[in-house]
Design a protein around this ligand. Structure first.
Ligand code: CP
Ligand code: NVA
Length: 306
């Protein structure tokens, strides 16, 4: 049976724990130059409808480092862009490829791909979720804090795809998440309710708040993302006004723990959601986060493609 990875909740706590162990092993192996070719003869497809630096590169490099290959496709370059049905495209893809990473707008689209496809479908970001980002962020938190369960994570800003996957990740892994967003930009109610259900089992807590200063009190991790996500460019001016008080800066960081780490999935807009000094401070682990995309996705590809 093929497995898909469309949201963090597609994996159990135990499965994410195994991925964390394996990602750390793979990272250590790579640093030592140990060869590991489980994807020999296998090909990963990437079908991206939105721009990407990290997700594209880390998946392509992951496939290569595991002895496999990758092929990058934009919907506009293939017949899909001229109206060929997903149903048919997915069947054809499965005759050539061993797994596919999809980045698109509507989350329903990756669900349809998963239904139609006999090979694993990995969500490389939709308007609703960014699960690959978050499982690798959990790896970064584990490395920096030596634990995940019980960690207090403050998410400041838009209740967007990254926020949704963080809320699910916190629930599954027993973290305490507080997300502070301006009115009208709260995370999705359905995602929050589901996360709270799971939290009852794992000891996690999920709080949705308005005040950023309240959210960061005693935080171990302060996380932010852009105010305007891909596809929302038309709302940029309005969003800049609404999110003004939601900038991660020195003052906002004060109530957090002294050794709190600062995270951002990137790309960042210095001077908007995060200040330059905070981004470049010793507390920032933003570029380790970017690196860990590679190691965690290697573990993910091994699990789904082998
Ligand atoms: N964080 C992230 O997914 O970056 P890209 O949009 O560059 O892939
Ligand atoms: N929320 C951002 C994340 C980019 C990795 C976006 O969707 O544009």
């Amino acid at each position: 049976m093929k497995r898909d990875f469309l949201t963090v909740l597609d994996f159990t706590t135990k499965e994410i724990e195994s991925l964390l162990v394996r990602a750390r092993e793979l990272k250590a192996m790579q640093k030592k130059g140990v060869e590991n070719n489980p994807l020999m003869g296998k090909t990963l497809g990437l079908l991206f409808e939105k721009q990407s630096t990290r997700t594209r590169l880390s998946f392509e490099v992951a496939a290569i480092q595991l002895g496999g290959h990758s092929i990058y496709l934009s919907p506009h370059q293939i017949q899909l862009g001229r109206g060929e049905a997903i149903q048919d495209t997915a069947r054809v893809f499965a005759r050539y490829l061993d797994a596919i990473v999809i980045r698109t707008y509507d989350h329903g689209m990756v669900e349809e791909w998963a239904r139609r496809s006999s090979i694993p479908v990995i969500n490389g970001l939709t308007d609703l979720h960014h699960p690959c980002q978050v499982i690798s962020d959990i790896l970064t938190i584990l490395e920096k804090k030596d634990k995940v369960s019980g960690i207090r994570l403050a998410y400041i800003g838009d209740g967007n795809n990254v926020a949704h996957s963080l809320i699910e990740g916190a629930a599954v892994m027993g973290m305490h998440i507080r997300a502070a967003s301006p009115a009208g930009y709260d995370p999705d109610n359905g995602i929050v309710s589901k996360a709270r259900e799971i939290a009852k089992e794992t000891g996690a807590t999920v709080e949705i708040m308005r005040e950023p200063a309240g959210a960061v009190v005693d935080a171990d991790v302060v996380y932010t993302d852009v105010w305007t996500s891909m596809g929302q460019e038309g709302e940029e001016d309005e969003r800049k006004k609404s999110f003004k008080k939601y900038q991660v800066n020195r003052v906002l960081m004060k109530p957090a723990k002294d050794d709190a780490i600062i995270m951002h999935c990137l790309p960042a807009h210095r001077g908007e959601e995060i200040t330059e000094d905070v981004m470049e401070s010793p507390q920032s682990v933003i570029f380790d986060q970017a690196e860990n995309r590679l190691h965690m996705q290697k573990a993910l590809l091994e699990m789904l493609m082998r």
